[in-house]
Design a protein around this ligand. Sequence first.
Ligand SMILES: Cc1ncc(COP(=O)(O)O)c(C=O)c1O
Length: 493
Amino acid sequence: MQPDKRRAAFELSPEEFRQIGHGLVDQLADFLERLPSLPVTPGESPAEVKQVIASERSLPESGRDPLPLAREAAELLMAHSLFNGHPRFFGYVTSSPAPIGVFGDLIAAMINSNVGAWNLAPAATEIEAQTVRWIAELMGYPADCGGLLVSGGNMANFVGFLAGRAAKAGQQVRTAGVRALDKPLRCYCSAGTHTWIQKAADMSGLGTDAIRWVACDSRQRIDLEALRAQVERDRNDGEHPFLVAGTAGSVSTGAVDPLDELAAYCREEDLWFHVDGAYGGLAAAVPGTPAELRGIALADSVAVDPHKWLYTALEAGCVLVRSPQHLRDAFSYHPPYYSFDTEAINYFDVGPQNSRGFRALKIWLAFQQAGRAGCVQAMADDIALSEYAFRLFAEHPNFEAVTQGLSICTFRYVPAALRAGVGSEETEAALNRLNQELLNRIETSGELFVSNAVMDGKFLLRMCIVNFRTSRKDIEALPGLIARMGAELTVSI
Ligand SMILES: Cc1ncc(COP(=O)(O)O)c(C=O)c1O
């Protein structure tokens, strides 16, 4: 090392940075242009992908020129990835990412704010606070709520769950743990609740046996009478019901629980009311969506995922709590090695993370690019396309359209030869096998991508449109495409 100048192996000069960056931006813009004509996925096996990256090689001893390195990395990912930004990607609840977020992440990584404490990230902290408030405003949740960004829906729900645990079990649960409580804690949710609740019950020390899975009505919404009866039984058995988790947009069918009735019930019974709005929470802003969604405003805590229906590049989840103090009560510690201004927001004090990246920037930019009207219109268009898809599958002789809720529709392929036997055990088993095989075929075809749902023992294909690139033309192509793939399979069934 020279005495006055250090050039570490990690450094890039401004000129090198400029050169690599210009090349990469051109590559990525070309990708954006070609994306609709690319396969959704190359459909490769793990062995093929391992081979591409030469997975067995050891850590290189010496470094290499960063310019080709960056270019090759982009080429590799464009050739061997599944593109959830493709207009025909409809799997799970994974959105097309708004491109402005790419710039957001680039800027955030360069500034590298640690959004754990205000004085480490002055502008970033205030931008996160504003972004959280805008999310609340869009959903109709009180704008003076507390909240923060986390990695996704699971973590947002987990934070809400822990806030509820501290609020209802008291501070002793944080010191002595759940084993010291007089009565075991119990939480309640519909049978269609996402697996986050199992992880939350497990990680918070309650254990998954503490979850009471409540039956649903014919529209997959929690049955309130069954909930009341279960809570009463548990109280009589000397247990401590503490939290009800309602769902605003279930992962399988987009079902929305009767949130206002749940809120009233929780108030009566002194239960924490959490809403999993990871998928559908923001649809409360869209005119014409189920009225029950507006009940989200009454929740004690809400999880909502910008990386679902705000089209934010992964990762971005958000948790909101009605009273900001509830997050402090669940997470705050003041170690002697942190001397931060307690007047300002220090996010390490209100959530599980310590060092935190600047997730808000990509959301903040997209919010301003689209405005409230643009956000609402994009969600409304996704819903309209899903309803259109449902109609097309219902009208097609080779499909049975099963459910449509928010922007999810479910359906299954029923070839003419099996139609007469629908409902019989043998035909249902054959249809389940056929649709499972069809799903495998679709997912590696590169022509489109859907996932599945299982309802009443039926294996269904499921498409969720949180994709601002999908058009009516894409939807119109689907029944024909899927029926063709189905017909190719029927031969072998
Ligand atoms: C209703 C619901 N809740 C929670 C989650 C988990 O969200 P994430 O994958 O962002 O952790 C999902 C994911 O699809 C979901 O649909």
